[in-house]
Design a protein around this ligand. Sequence first.
Ligand SMILES: Nc1ncnc2c1ncn2[C@@H]1O[C@H](COP(=O)(O)OP(=O)(O)O)[C@@H](O)[C@H]1O
Ligand SMILES: [Mg+2]
Length: 325
Amino acid sequence: MLNVAIVAGGDSGEYGISMKSGKQVELHMDRSLFRPFLIEIRGKNWNYRIGRKNFPIDKNDFSLSIGKRKIRFDLVFIAIHGTPGENGRLQGYLDMLGIPYTSCDVTTSAMTFNKGFCKEVVASCGISTAKSMHLFKWGAHTEAGILRELSLPVFVKPNNGGSSVGMSKVNQKKELNTALIKAFHEDGEILVEEFVKGRELTCGVIKTNGKIITFPVTEIIPKNEYFDFESKYKKGMAAEVVPADVTLQQSAQCQDISRLLYAKLNCKGVVRFDYIFTGADFYFLEVNTVPGLTAASIVPKMARAHGWSFTELITRLIGEEKSRQ
Ligand SMILES: Nc1ncnc2c1ncn2[C@@H]1O[C@H](COP(=O)(O)OP(=O)(O)O)[C@@H](O)[C@H]1O
Ligand SMILES: [Mg+2]
């Protein structure tokens, strides 16, 4: 029986979603194989909770003491979206302690969390990406310079963000300044990216039994102008069609690109690649290395369409990580 710490929470706007993901993983974990402990990480407070009582994690060795019992973990299941679970920070800490975990390693997590750098690597693999500028808060950029380089409409987004927080679609020149201020409020670096017109497709990929497997391609159809915070988390504000209504050839192409990127970016665990499909080409938007695992999230739906229950998905993720040790 393995002791598995499910870590959830984190320090971004995705805290609430992450807690839901963590609870869902705890609920569905196979108790005949694993002993789950849901641990909330919020700033310096790392706690396991029984009823209303908190039991703090000893950060020296990531252990838990309950009365006289000291619990050590065989593995950490990372369910934190955003910092510090998706950007390599927690991964670095766990590496130093020699505790395995179910997501990409430090380098891949940190690099893919940085949208601008990640796009450079993805483009170098021959995959299309929208034209963009990666800007820093103290850089010498000007609105005129941006508009000389890029054509409207553009998306302005925090470079290390998620859940569409701090993001705007700029249709007119006069909206650009407000959008820049809003994105810089969230992050010291931002991405200004040309709008790509098309359908939004996403593909989940997982390595299991040493093999890279792609889930059915899924289409996201938001009610709003794009897949913003409200359409992501408010019921009925977006439809997710699994499998997407595309031709077999288009779906195979999307899966092939996703499999290639999973390998090239040296991913592990389950990740989701997001694209805009123009009808001819797949434009890579981003990769989510700790995708949502709530009851309403896309990856569990994809897994189900592939024929796996949520419990099986979790068992495979843990099994793959343990087999690497
Ligand atoms: N260049 C773009 N062209 C078209 N739609 C975009 C573009 N960039 C972002 N979007 C829309 O905004 C959403 C959020 O953008 P994304 O880069 O995935 O940020 P986040 O990490 O916050 O999810 C996407 O799911 C998509 O609907
Ligand atoms: Mg996204």
